[in-house]
Design a protein around this ligand. Sequence first.
Ligand code: CA
Length: 226
Amino acid sequence: MRILVVEDEASLRDGIVDLLTGDGHDVAAVGDGVAGVEAGLRDPFDLVVLDLMLPRLDGMEVCRRLRAARPGTPILMLTARGSEDDKVRGLMEGADDYVTKPFSARELLARVRVLGRRAPAGDSLDEVQVDGAVIDLARMVVVRGETRTTLTPREVGIVRWLHRHQDRVVTRAELLEQVFGQRGDLQTRAVDMAIAVLRKKLELDPARPALIISVKGAGYAWRLAR
Ligand code: CA
């Protein structure tokens, strides 16, 4: 993959570049937010590894601008803060995943590999018609009347997985492993947060979901209750 790394801390940036290069990727690296946007808009990348706290332009704004220009490029956010607020905001701004510093080499590589797997269209399902809306999975948008809402690669992954297994309930642990590329009961809250954001994009009334149904004590189902 061609990967762009945006990290201001030189030793960490060099470490990430070495790690990803060693994993067989073609890596470009810059040290501030403005340079990150410039590099990201100039060349196409398969993945952007983006620090949250950056000089000149913060990671959230970099994420917003790159996402607007290149909606299909997965963005992995690096955050030192680790507060839930930042994580939710990061996902809302269109980051596909986040890693909290300090992280291990193994953890970073695992996330990078999962995001890289998700980027190409490996699934023939292009479009899902729902109540008054079209979920265009190839173009990663939801079109409802005049309104177009962008989906992140992870959100497309969630829709594909739920849709493909619509005859049964999908557990949080399963989504975590299959779509997020993570394991562990402690992280299943990340699934709930992602579903909450996704419902705001897909559902006519996010407070009373009709597409992604919560099945108490089990997980989620695609319109199973209908
Ligand atoms: Ca930083």
